[in-house]
Design a protein around this ligand. Structure first.
Ligand code: CU
Length: 119
């Protein structure tokens, strides 16, 4: 038995997408508060992060400067950033482009901890 091939139906042309209208209740909009990013300088001294909690607006840069003679790191718990070991007088900087809470520690001294809160 030979079945004749049935030709596929002609491709239908999709209707143009309907334009999305904004909701009518958009008259009251909350003002968007934007806080300009800052540069926050902090130090590592006496085997401790001197600012345990740093609160900055999104887009801000945090600069850690090591005042100790021993090497330290600034390492995010989730490894999102890691300075590597850096010595006295050296700095590490990181730009926080996303809101969130960033907990970090020092690899040679795991009891050294701190966090950056980006708002
Ligand atoms: Cu350390």
């Amino acid at each position: 038995m030979i079945e004749s091939l049935i030709a596929p139906p002609p491709a239908t042309i999709a209707p143009p997408p309907t334009s999305i209208t904004p909701p009518a209740s958009s008259a009251v909009t909350e003002p968007v508060k934007t806080v300009a990013p800052i540069v926050f300088n902090t130090t590592i001294q006496n085997t401790a992060f001197q600012d345990k909690e740093i609160r900055v607006p999104v887009g801000s840069t945090v600069i850690w400067t090591n005042k100790d003679v021993v090497l330290h790191t600034v390492t995010a718990n989730d490894k999102k950033f890691d300075s590597g070991r850096f010595g006295q007088g050296q700095s590490f900087k990181y730009v926080f482009t996303e809101k969130g809470i960033y907990s970090y520690f020092c690899i040679p001294h795991p009891l050294m901890v701190g966090k950056v809160i980006v708002e």
